[in-house]
Design a protein around this ligand. Sequence first.
Ligand code: ZN
Length: 187
Amino acid sequence: MAVLGIRIIGDPVLRTRADEVTEFTPELKKLVADMDETMENVDGAGLAAPQVGVSQRVFTYQVDGVRGHIVNPVLELSDELQEPAMEGCLSIPGIAGKVARHRTVRATGFDVEGNPLTLEAEGLLARCLQHETDHLDGVLFLDRLSAADRKAAWRTLRAGNYNATASSTVTQRASALGSSFGAGMGR
Ligand code: ZN
């Protein structure tokens, strides 16, 4: 296993819709094992394959002791939303912001062996599954911020001032969620 390099915003792979996995190969198993190790290494709550430069529909997650991976995930979302909460992203170091997410998720997909799996989630895990699935569609949490927060986030990004500690929401030190999604924020 190996710890993989994490792609940072600006890399086109993060803005590309990832391909469906069509074959459950040893390479896929190795990818997921490496992603798992990488996620562990940076203490992330989730990691999607495009974040390590692989445009395939698979992500790993570890939230509140629940840990796993999903290949070709499909999400069924509750109509009801959960309270907006801070998110960060390993691919967008130093930026966090409040994102609205659906309250519950029923995720279906496959494990690395090609066995079908289903995962029901709420709260933080539901949020994580939505964040990671977004990555597979080339969507970043920045896209889901309020207009004002998005503007502030981009201003910070453009300034290359990732560690700004202005009073703006997006530059506040992340809550537990933000820090776990985007390890190292606020350092
Ligand atoms: Zn992310």
